[in-house]
Design a protein around this ligand. Structure first.
Ligand code: ZN
Length: 282
């Protein structure tokens, strides 16, 4: 048994089952804040689950959360559905959270990220109901193509859930230390409940979506720095210099694209930034 706490709010009426996950990465606390706020509203009688069942796991990696770290031994969001045997604190966590994913129809996994920029959704499914859900939670930016870019099996919560035919949304609610990310996470959770007809809020305005298809991983080969303080989803013009290595070699893009999750201080050999194109620009 792990030390994960879960909370079930069951309307006892037929309807969807939604599993909401926070702090899959221990240093990403916006989901935890949002889930605890919704739980308090339900417990105090200010919010009622009108049908179906909501299950909350506010802190999926308790030890990492306590230490304000991404993980203790292994990245929890690269372990779901993994058949390899491994020894890690996260082993019991992944086993237990997988059981919850197995028994729910919908999964909402709330994260934050290290770059400066706006919230966005990873969308990697042709399932129309998931596309519709993604477009109804009030987030403008949507990124597709992530698992194909890595060209390997997807061991994230959503990858695992999709393989089981579930609808699963991973939302990046903003920068780790931006207090706004908790507000975004709360809003996404409310709008998910609303979309599933589990609560009845007045319908909110839907933003014009900007969909970028990620297609290239740029690894940091040696010491170097960015040409400017890039923000996630900044637009890059053809031949624009993104970064240069200490020996003077410049890294440019040939066509108009968008920089994704830039991380100037990445370790050598790790992902430095990604690029992707918008269908609107083709
Ligand atoms: Zn994360």
């Amino acid at each position: 048994m792990s030390d994960i706490n879960h909370f079930i709010f069951d309307s006892k009426l037929e309807g969807p089952s939604l599993l909401c996950l926070g702090a899959i990465h221990g240093n990403e606390t916006c989901g935890t804040d949002a889930i605890l706020k919704i739980m308090t509203q339900i417990q105090q009688g200010h919010l009622k689950i009108g049908k179906g069942k909501l299950t909350c796991i506010p802190i999926c990696n308790p030890e990492a959360y306590q230490r304000k770290k991404r993980y203790v031994h292994a990245n929890l969001n690269r372990l779901f559905g993994c058949q390899e045997d491994f020894e890690a604190y996260e082993k019991d966590l992944v086993r237990e959270i997988s059981k919850f994913i197995n028994s729910h129809d919908y999964i909402l996994d709330l994260h934050s990220y290290h770059s400066k920029g706006n919230p966005f959704i990873f969308l990697d499914t042709d399932h129309q109901r998931e596309v519709d859900l993604a477009k109804s939670v009030g987030i403008k930016d949507i990124i597709t193509g992530w698992p194909e870019m890595y060209n390997e099996k997807d061991y994230t919560t959503s990858g695992y859930a999709h393989a089981l035919g579930k609808i699963s949304l991973t939302v990046e609610c903003g920068h780790h230390h931006d207090p706004q990310s908790s507000i975004v996470a709360y809003d996404v959770l409310r709008k998910t409940l609303n979309y599933l007809d589990m609560v009845n809020f007045s319908s909110a305005s839907i933003p014009n979506h900007h969909i970028v298809h990620a297609n290239t991983i740029h690894y940091k080969a040696r010491e170097g720095c960015f040409s400017k303080n890039w923000q996630h989803m900044d637009c890059l013009e053809p031949n624009e210099v993104i970064a240069s290595y200490a020996d003077g070699t410049e890294i440019k893009v040939l066509e108009k694209c968008y920089i994704l999750l830039p991380y100037e201080n990445a370790q050598i050999g790790d992902e430095w930034f990604y690029t992707g194109t918008s269908l609107e620009d083709l």
